[in-house]
Design a binder for this molecule. Sequence first.
Ligand code: NAP
Length: 617
Amino acid sequence: MTAAVRIDPATGRKLFATRAAKASDRIAGKGYSVVEDAALTTLPAFPPGATFNAEEQARYRAFKEARRGAADYMPMEGEFARYLDDVYSAEPVPREALTDECEILVVGAGFAGLLLWHKLKDAGFEDVRFCEKGGDVGGTWYWNRYPGIACDVESYSYLPLLEESGYVPSMKFASGFEILEYCQLLAERFGFYDHCLFHTTVEATVWDEASGRWTVTTDRGDAMRARFVILANGILTTPKLARIKGMETFEGESFHTSRWNYDIDLTGKRVGIIGTGATAVQAIPELAKVAGELFVFQRTPSSIDVRDQRATTDEERMTWANEPGWARARRARFARISAGRTALQANDDYLSGKVADFKVRKVHERQLTPEEYVAAQLDSNFRLMEQIRARVDAVVKDPKTAAALKPYYPYGCKRPTFHDEYLPAFNLPHVHLVDTAPSGVREINARGVVHDGVEYPLDVLIYATGFQWMAASTFNMITGVGGVGLADRWAEEGMKTFLGLHTPGYPNLFIVAGPQGGGGSFNFTDAIDTHANYVVWLLETMRERGAAVVDVKREPAEAYARHCREADIASAPLRDCLSYYNGEGKAEPGSLAYYGGSRWRRICADAKATLEPYVFG
Ligand code: NAP
């Protein structure tokens, strides 16, 4: 036995020491900047008289249609597989392959894994093992360490277990580096490290009917057996590249934002960045501070709202120290907000409980039909987007650059972003927006990017081209009852789950925050909290009933899938653009994220009360 695997004398179970060294170097750009200039931290007033009339609707449609078919991505394979290397940790800790059995095996050691561990342990489930691809905990916050990274849901609501850990985030929008360290703090505090196999990628998960066990094989040669498998491996896990002619010929340095290479000094260099999604919006202001020349290759502008970053005040620290349950109450208040922008603007008076509501509620003379409701939403959505577009004009000096930075789609259709230094960066003489709409960058050569016949020579090229959505790669390698692969099943029959957490034919397997998973809010950690609670409830229910196996019946899964489809279609006009949320316009309605609002909780509560949807064995 190596030092990485030892036996706990108290329980006889294996404990691990596989955390890699060097997991949390801090860097200069921390996303901590506080902007004091009120002109940059307030939205301009709504332009009077503007309405979402036929002309504006046609403009939105044209904006979308011009881009249809432009999105072309590829996985990081072959010569691009090097972009996936773990640049953050020392070499994997050597250990023997494991062929033993545990009760619960969880894939992933991000917030979902950490929360599951905390709740499972509390409920008396201790024989739990985690497999994590990275060298330390953190998940998204382990991999994403680009300069400027920060959460953009307020950290007091976003970070779970604040009271339990006694931690108070230093900023309203904590930097990703602080969040990674918070994950490490939780892991240390709650004894997580002993249970986790780091640098271990699950390759296949196969159900054995006879023994009622899953066999989980990994890239470290393990073939472990587990009664339960919980997939907690994220929703934006696998990075992707834009497929661009000649990209393999580029002779400068290049990397993807989720594997930021700090060995490359960007100071004074000619840097190019492809993509202007949520990641690029946070990274570009920091890049602008160091690069000699910065070229931003944009296909579609993001909506850039006010961030209003600030430090946690002494008064808040004192109040919370004397207010048991403050974080739980704040998260619960946050979860009541159903409008994305209102949630993300995070009104402190409401969230801290000083005022009872976050807005004055409009009283309609009669209940609106669903169509009227959507039309009213689109109207107010348009007003907000007008303010966001007016902000671009107010900040960006060059009119051509300002015009290119204005988004024409409903707010929230692409991930809304928040920043007070992004737009001003385009006023700097060395920062250049290269508008590649509608096709995007199509050519790269040995020296740099070529667009519209112009060559942009670069020393470093950064791909901010995002991640596969709701497609954690493990999903492709799960084989359930009768040898049927989960990916094949979903491809043939369409996405069918119950509550997003189970699929019939895959007993004792749960998916946290996967496709069709509801019960959350604009705060992502709410969904994983709700899902973790559900899994623990079901395991406790099985323990009480003496059940060894649980599957879900087909009928409730079919009904739930129909509901997901209908909810997606009903609210689709609010997301009428091309984005990863709707598979660039190609996804089957209801097959990705959940849009059914509070209905999930009602279906879940019924299931818990009646146990009707389940087959226990
Ligand atoms: P993303 O939103 O998928 O952005 C990818 C970008 O690449 C888009 O701007 C896309 O343009 C562009 N692109 C692709 N191919 C191109 C080409 N050939 N030429 C030019 N541009 C091209 O990815 P991301 O920014 O990494 O963000 C992913 C998600 O992670 C976010 O939506 C968010 O959910 C999460 N995130 C959260 C935070 C936070 O909470 N703080 C921060 C970062 C990320 P099109 O729009 O035209 O397709």
